[in-house]
Write a protein that binds this ligand. Sequence first.
Ligand code: SF4
Length: 476
Amino acid sequence: MQKQSRHINSYKPSARGEVSLQNNYPFRLNFYLEPPSNEISVEEFETFALDRLQVLKALESATIRNKPPAEVKQLLDKACHDYLPLDSNARNKQEQRRKDHVSHFILRLAYCRSEELRSWFLRQECALFRHRFEIEATNDKQAFLGSLNFSWSIVSPAHKQEILEELERCSGWAERCSGWAPSMQSVKQTVEKEIFFEVDFERVPDLVSRRAVYLRRGKAYVPMSEQISLVIEEFRKHLAKALEVTARALPRMDEDQRLLPVLTNINKQCMDNTYNSGGKGIAGKIGADDVDSLVHHFPPCMRHLHTQLREDKHLRHGGRMQYGLFLKGIGLTMDEALVFWRKAFSKITDDAFAKSYAYNVRHNYGQEGKRTDYTPYSCSKIIMSNAPSTGDHHGCPFRHFSAQNTEQMLLRYRVAPAAVREVMELVQGKHYQIACTKFFELTRPKEGVEGEGNPAQVENISHPNKFFEMSFSPTS
Ligand code: SF4
C-alpha cells in the first residue's frame, strides 16, 4: 500500500480554518465542538479508538458493579493513565490532547449507528467528561468554560435581593436531607457570597430532582457551586445532537473501504483481545505435574474443565481446545502438554491416545497442519461462540450454567451468600465478564489485606489468561 493511502483526511477543515497542532489544544477539557482537521494514519485511527474504548468500558464496568465513587475514580484514573493520559506537565501534552480529540470523533462514527449504541456512548462520554471536569484545577476549569461562551445569565444583585429569602430556604436543602442542618447564619453567609445563574429548569434535571435549586416561573436558580450540572447538561445536549447528525451523514462514509471495516469491528476487537504473555507463560515454563497446584488461580471456566477432566478422565473436543490453549498460555510447553493429556486420559491406551489426541495437542502448538501458532481463547470468544451441548464442559459458567448451578459454584468457591446475590444480578443482566470480575474481587482479597470486605480492585476480566495472571501475580 502506498504511503499516501495509509493516511486519512476525511474531515473537512473546520470553519475556523486549519490550526497548527501546537495551538490546537489550550485545555485538557474538550467539548469536541470541531472535528479534527489534520491527517491521521489508518493505524492511529484503530489504536486511538480501541484505547478510548478501553477507558469507556472500564467506566461502564465500575458503574455496573456499583463501586463507591472513590473506587470508580481510582479505576478510572488507572484506565485513563494507561490508555488515554492527559497530563498537563507532559512534554507531549499536545499529542495526548490530539489523541483524546481524534479518538472521541472516531468512536462517534462507530457508535452513532443505532439508538442503543448512541445512548451507551453518550452515557459513558458524559461520565468521562464529569470525571475530568471534577479533577481539573479551578483556574483551568474557568478558563475552559470562558472559552465556550455559554449563554447562562448571571442573576443581577437587584434580582438576587428580590428572591433572597427563597434562595436561602433552598440552600442547604441537600445537607438537611442527609441529617446535617447548617445554621441559618452560615446559610445566609453562603448565599450572600454565592453567584447564581438563571437557566430554564429542564436544563438541570438532576438539580431539580435533588431539590438543590430554587424554581420560579420555569427558571432554575443555580449556584456556582453546582455549576457542574449545567456544564454536563450542555455537554450531553451537544453530543446527543452531534451523534444524530453523524448518523445521518454516515451513509456517505460507507464508500470509504479503509474505514468501514475498522468502524464496524471496533467493539468486537475491543472485546476479542488476544492474550499476549510476551512469549512465555506468566508462571514460567510449567510441567504436567504442576497444573493441579495452580488450579486455585484459574478462572471458573478453566477450573470447571479441570475438575471434569479429573472426574471423567476425558474431555470432548471443545473442552480440550479451550483448556489446552489456556494451559499453553500459562506456560505448559508442547512436550509437557502431551504428558499432561496422556496422563489425564488414563482410561485409554497409549495407542489410542497417539491416534486420536496427540495430533490435536501438537496442532495447537503449530506443529501440525497449517502450523498456526494458536492463541488462548478470549472471554468473548468463549461466551459468544460454540455453546456447549450435553456432555460438553467448555464455555463460560456465568453464561452457560443454569442459575442454580452458577449459585452452587459460587458457594463452593466460598463466595458469601449476600455476595452471591450481587454476582447473580450481574449474570441476570447478561454482564458475564463483569460478574467474573466481581467474582475475582470477592475471592482475591487486596494485597496485604486478609479476608472478605476488602476485595481487590481489578480491571475488567476479558481473558481467562488475564484472570490467571492477576491471581498468580497480584501486582501484575
Ligand atoms: S468471564 Fe471469561 S474468564 Fe470468567 S469464567 Fe467466563 S470465560 Fe472464563
